[in-house]
Design a protein around this ligand. Sequence first.
Ligand code: MF3
Ligand code: CO
Ligand code: CO
Length: 250
Amino acid sequence: MIELFAGKDRTRLLAAGRAAAATLAHVGERLRPGISTATIDQWVRAHTKALGGKPSQLGYHGFPASVCTSRNEVVCHGVPRADVVLGEGDIVNVDVTTELDGFHGDTSATFLLGEVSKEGRHVVDVARRCLEVGIAEVRDGARFGDVGAAIQALAEREGCSVVRDYGGHGIGRAMHGPPHVAHHGKRGTGTRLRAGMCFTIEPMINLGRPEVRVLDDEWTVVTADGRWSAQFEHTVLVTETGCTVLTRAT
Ligand code: MF3
Ligand code: CO
Ligand code: CO
């Protein structure tokens, strides 16, 4: 069952979304070559706390950090490490989830470190646009297949592929709940979106093949072919008149 949120719950969802967005922006302002991903974890821990929130990911099914940091060929769920130091030319996704007043907000962005190759810039640009075309489909009465189809069409037109093994998710009083939001699919298929639904859209877009594998740390997801991957994520609320992006930076 997909929960429908109304009234004060929507206000709290927005507050949690804004907190996550503020922490992601805080990280984005400070990122530069020479920073380790463990340092990003410290920034997220401190900033989330300063806002009165809790990092939802810390301890989630045993996840050992407050944030996921996914560099270059890492697709998602990268574990911050002191020995992963960001270098000139890298790309890194920072994925922040904040619990505030009993509700969660979830957002991520892929950042460029200094001068990035044309291919690197391409996959980041396509992933950003894929999230936006997905969001543009969100309204009462649309279907989840419309969201997936719009994302898949853009990614493939741009010569990239869409990761199938992970998707967006319902969010609210828990970080993860139904529905599963696929980033590929067929228009006119799937569950209908209804006012009050709250979920994430978070396309993972690869330069090469869509297949992924999980490293021995049992978290870090990498592309099977070793080519780079990029991701952007927002938490969205379906409203009576369209959609509110709860994690849009204000
Ligand atoms: N924020 C991630 C997502 O977008 C959650 C990752 S779960 C973790 O769904 F345990 F890896 F943190
Ligand atoms: Co998410
Ligand atoms: Co996330």
